[in-house]
Ligand binder design. Structure first.
Ligand code: C5P
Length: 236
């Protein structure tokens, strides 16, 4: 996996026009573009096809969470047009739901399990009926996702090390909440630099605003790739 494949750019823009402009601009530096709920609700599967036709693979971040039969059918429909590299489901749906997602994806895309939303703090988790500490729940759900055949998990860089120790070297750990040194944190609470995330065991970093809002997005993406390559000691 080279550094272009290790960098996902989050297409956090309101419509397909803005998204495709960024795909055209960044496809040389970024291998995969994340389409989240906002953009998918606005533009649907047609946008996934258009991104892939412009040379980018799609990380479809839908965080599916429903009964196994419904999730299985949704996975099948979401992947029908091709072009999706990874699709997220929520590990809170449990074993049968995760297995249904993996079964329906087949070789069409890797299923990534979302463990616990990083927007949830300990107090919010307790209020929602989850047992603290959250770190234990994250690791436990990551292990479940891998046991069910998921290609990997999405987690905060702070959780990457603990997850890696439990799941071993094979599964992918994909980390958002990335800020290059000196970049504005925005609403992210606990950030790591690209180098810190890779050193902690992440395989892939998801970056949105530090690239989107840069005066030169291509240079920003290139800088992140260099940091990834340095953190891997040139072994890319
Ligand atoms: O702009 P920024 O780099 O913060 O964007 C990060 C992207 O990763 C956003 O699309 C955000 O929704 C997503 N994400 C996240 N934290 C999670 C899961 C997804 O920041 N736990």
């Amino acid at each position: 996996m080279d550094s272009r494949d290790r960098l996902v750019f989050a297409l956090d823009v309101p419509d397909g026009h803005a998204a495709l402009r960024l795909v055209r601009l960044l496809a040389g530096e970024v291998g995969t573009f994340k389409v989240g709920l906002e953009l998918f609700c606005a533009e649907g599967p047609a946008l996934v096809r258009e991104v892939s036709q412009r040379g980018g693979a799609v990380f479809l971040d839908l965080k599916l969470h429903d009964i196994p039969a419904t999730v299985g059918r949704a996975v099948s429909r979401a992947l029908a047009g091709g072009g999706v590299r990874w699709l997220t489901v929520h590990t809170g749906g449990g074993r049968q739901m995760l297995e249904a997602a993996v079964r329906e994806a087949g070789t069409g895309a890797g299923i990534l399990g979302v463990t616990v939303l990083t927007s949830l703090n300990e107090a919010g988790a307790v209020e929602a009926g989850l047992s603290p500490p959250l770190g234990n729940l994250v690791v436990r759900r990551a292990a479940l996702a891998v046991d069910c055949g998921c290609a990997g998990v999405v987690a905060s860089p702070q959780e990457a090390g603990a997850i890696r120790r439990v799941v071993g070297p094979g599964p992918l750990i994909v980390t958002p909440g990335i800020r290059p040194p000196g970049a504005a944190a925005g609403d992210q609470q606990r950030t790591s630099t690209p180098a810190e995330a890779i050193a902690a065991g992440a395989d892939v970093v998801v970056v949105g605003r530090p690239i989107r809002d840069a005066s030169d997005p291509v240079a920003a993406a290139r800088g992140i790739r260099s940091a990834i390559e340095e953190a891997l000691g040139g072994a890319v």
